[in-house]
Design a protein around this ligand. Structure first.
Ligand code: SAH
Ligand code: SF4
Length: 354
C-alpha cells in the first residue's frame, strides 16, 4: 500500500483558532495527508499560532525549537508550516519555519473536520475593529469581516444533518456581526455606536433543531435589548453567557478603551437577569493592567462578588507589540503582585464550587 505523508497539526489559542484548524485538517487530508497525534511521527508539522499574550507566543517558538533540536544529520528534515495569528504580525519568516501561511488561504468553503463529541464550532466573523488598547487581535486578525448569513445558516443545516445537536457561534465580538453589511439598526452603550444583525442571526439558528446554541464572545457595550429578548425567547440558547468585563475600575476601563464603566456593566447584568432569571455568567479579566492599584483591583473583586461568575478566565497583563497600551504605559505591576491578585480572584470565583 502507498505510504501516506503524515501531518501533525498543533493548535494554540482560542475557539476561533480551533475552528480554523478543523478546516486546515480537511485541506491537508484532501492533499493526501494522514493526521498523526505526535510531531515525532510527522513529515509535515502545521502550527496554528496564538499571540494574545507573550507566554502564548513563546509556546509557539518553543515547539518550533523542540522539533528542530530533535533533528540530526540522519533523520529526514520535517517541513514546518506556520499559520494563525503570528503570521500577519511577523515581518520575516520565523527561524526554523519553512513556510508562513496566512490562515485566510484556507477558505470557508473547505468543510471543517469536526470532533463528533463536542459542539460544532461555527465561525460567523473574523477580525476585530474595537482596538481595546491592550489587544493585538485587530493587528493579527485584521478588520472585522462577517460571513454571509446564508452561508452560516447553510453550515448550521449541514452540521445538524451530520448529527450535531449543539453549535457554538464564534467571533471576536459576535454582537457586531453584520456591521459591515451596512444595515441600519443602531445599538449603543456609552459612546460606541454601530449596526448589528446578530440578534436576527441568533434567532434563525435557535429556531433550528438544536439542543443548545452558544456564542462567544459577546462584549458589554453592544449587548442590545433585542439580543436579550431573543435569548429569553428561545430556551435552547445557552444560559451560560460569556460576558468579558476585563476590569471593574472606571479609570482602567477607560485606559483599556472598553467603552463602558463599572456601573454600566453591572446594570447590563441586572437587565439580562431581569429578563432571563436562570442566566449564569462567565467572564474574562485582565490582572495587573498598567496603573491597576489596590483600589482599582478591589473594584474588580467587587464586580466578581456582585455578579457571582461561574467561571472567570484570568489573564495576567502582557504588553503586546504595536498596541496602544504597550506604547503608552509601563508594565508597572510586578509579576509577584499579578500572581497574588490572580490567586485572590481564582479563589473567589473559580474555587468556590470545589
Ligand atoms: N474578542 C474577545 C476575546 C479576546 S482575547 C473579547 O473581546 O472578549 C481573549 C482574552 O484575552 C481577552 O478577553 C483578555 O482578557 C485577554 N487578553 C487580550 N489581550 C491581552 C493582553 N495583552 N494581556 C493579557 N490578557 C489579554
Ligand atoms: Fe481584542 Fe477588544 Fe477586539 Fe476582543 S473586542 S478581540 S479584546 S480588541
Amino acid at each position: 500500500m502507498l505510504q501516506k505523508n503524515k501531518l501533525y497539526l498543533k493548535t494554540f489559542g482560542c475557539a476561533q483558532n480551533e475552528s480554523d484548524s478543523e478546516r486546515v485538517k480537511t485541506y491537508y487530508q484532501d492533499k493526501g495527508y494522514k493526521l498523526v497525534d505526535d510531531w515525532k511521527k510527522a513529515d509535515l508539522v502545521v502550527i496554528n499560532s496564538c499571540v494574545i499574550r507573550e507566554s502564548a507566543e513563546n509556546r509557539v517558538y518553543g515547539l518550533i525549537d523542540e522539533i528542530r533540536k530533535a533533528e540530526n544529520s540522519k533523520s529526514k528534515k520535517k517541513k514546518i508550516i506556520l499559520t494563525g495569528c503570528l503570521v500577519p504580525i511577523s515581518k520575516k519568516t520565523i527561524k526554523g519555519v519553512d513556510e508562513m501561511m496566512p490562515i485566510k488561504k484556507i477558505s470557508f468553503k473547505v468543510e471543517a473536520l469536526r470532533d463528533k463529541n463536542r459542539a460544532a464550532l461555527i465561525t460567523i466573523s473574523s477580525g476585530c475593529n474595537n482596538y481595546c488598547s491592550y489587544c493585538i487581535v485587530p493587528y493579527s486578525r485584521g478588520k472585522e469581516i462577517s460571513r454571509k448569513m446564508d452561508d452560516i445558516l447553510k453550515e448550521v443545516d449541514e452540521v445538524i444533518k451530520k448529527g450535531f445537536k449543539e453549535v457554538v457561534l464564534i467571533g471576536q465580538n459576535v454582537n457586531s456581526y453584520g456591521a459591515d453589511f451596512g444595515e441600519k439598526s443602531i445599538v449603543s452603550m456609552g459612546k460606541k455606536r454601530f449596526l448589528s444583525v446578530f440578534p436576527r442571526l441568533l434567532e434563525k439558528v435557535a429556531k433550528k433543531d438544536l439542543k443548545k446554541v452558544s456564542f462567544i464572545s459577546s462584549n458589554p457595550w453592544d449587548f442590545s435589548d433585542e439580543l436579550i429578548n431573543v435569548i429569553a425567547k428561545y430556551p435552547n440558547i445557552d444560559r451560560l453567557l460569556h460576558l468579558p468585563f476585563q476590569s471593574g475600575d472606571d479609570e482602567i476601563l477607560k485606559r483599556m478603551n472598553r467603552g463602558y464603566n463599572k456601573k454600566e456593566y453591572l446594570d447590563l447584568v441586572k437587565r439580562i437577569r431581569k429578563e432571563i432569571p436562570e442566566v449564569r455568567f462567565s467572564t474574562d479579566i485582565i490582572i495587573g493592567f498598567p496603573g491597576e492599584d489596590e483600589k482599582a483591583f478591589q473594584n474588580t473583586v467587587d464586580v466578581c462578588k456582585k455578579v457571582g461568575f461561574e467561571i472567570a478566565y484570568l489573564n495576567k497583563y502582557s504588553p503586546r507589540r504595536g498596541t496602544v497600551s504597550a506604547k503608552l504605559y509601563q508594565d508597572d505591576i510586578p509579576m509577584g503582585e499579578k500572581k497574588r491578585r490572580w490567586n485572590i480572584l481564582n479563589n473567589l470565583v473559580n474555587q468556590k464550587k470545589k
